[in-house]
Design a protein around this ligand. Structure first.
Ligand code: DGI
Ligand code: FE
Ligand code: FE
Ligand code: FE
Length: 190
């Protein structure tokens, strides 16, 4: 079992400078959202810190690890193995970084596509990944950052809407989980 500081040191070795800055941004933004919504701040930091712990892996390695450890691979993930970095990340968080908490592991696993009816911690990391301070590409980011601290489900919906919009323009394979998650959060809108 490692402390947050120890895991930071381990990840600093694995990640490029800008990805490590993003990683710390997600750690602290997850902590802030946890404070706002009454989630466990320590768990939020750990999940945010570890969310991209498999992002440096090459596509072949993500596929190989998934097959070797019997992790589910969807069709979209087969064609776009980077989509597996959450699921493989949860595996790595458990086996290499010693995380046993299923809430933390779930937040790492689902941070890219989201999933319907996410736990509070899953929504926090999903949102923090998109709004953390070093992100600058998304449209209307300052408005979305404000909404994230006012209505988390609304923020999750808007992130999915923007992500699908971007994927359809490219165009790229859309994982069915991304679509299903979008419909789910759309149906929750007030
Ligand atoms: O790992 P990060 O870059 O920090 O963030 P992430 O894990 O949320 O990945 C973001 C990227 O994933 C972004 O470019 C949109 C893309 N993405 C999300 N859902 C899908 C997707 N890409 C494809 N092809 N299909 C999806 O369903
Ligand atoms: Fe990621
Ligand atoms: Fe994301
Ligand atoms: Fe990320």
């Amino acid at each position: 079992i490692y402390t947050i500081l120890e895991i930071q040191d381990m990840l600093r070795e694995k990640q490029t400078g800008s990805r490590f800055v993003h990683t710390l941004g997600v750690q602290y933004t997850s902590a802030c959202l946890a404070m706002r919504y009454g989630a466990d701040v320590e768990k939020a930091q750990m999940a945010g810190l570890l969310h991209d712990c498999a992002k440096h892996m090459k596509p072949e390695k993500l596929l190989e690890k998934s097959r070797k450890h019997h992790l589910e691979v969807t069709h979209a993930q087969e064609r776009n193995p980077f989509l597996l970095h959450g699921r493989v990340g949860a595996y790595v968080a458990r086996t290499r970084y010693g995380v046993t908490d299923p809430e933390i592991l779930g937040a790492v696993e689902w941070h890219t596509t989201g999933k319907p009816d996410m736990t509070l911690l899953e929504k926090i990391v999903f949102t923090a990944d998109y709004i953390e301070p070093s992100r600058d590409k998304a449209p209307n980011l300052s408005r979305l950052r404000q909404i994230s601290f006012e209505d988390l489900d609304q923020a999750v919906y808007e992130i999915l809407a923007q992500t699908l919009d971007y994927l359809k323009k490219s165009p790229q394979d859309i994982d069915e989980t991304t679509e299903i998650t979008y419909s789910y959060y759309k149906s929750l809108l007030k």
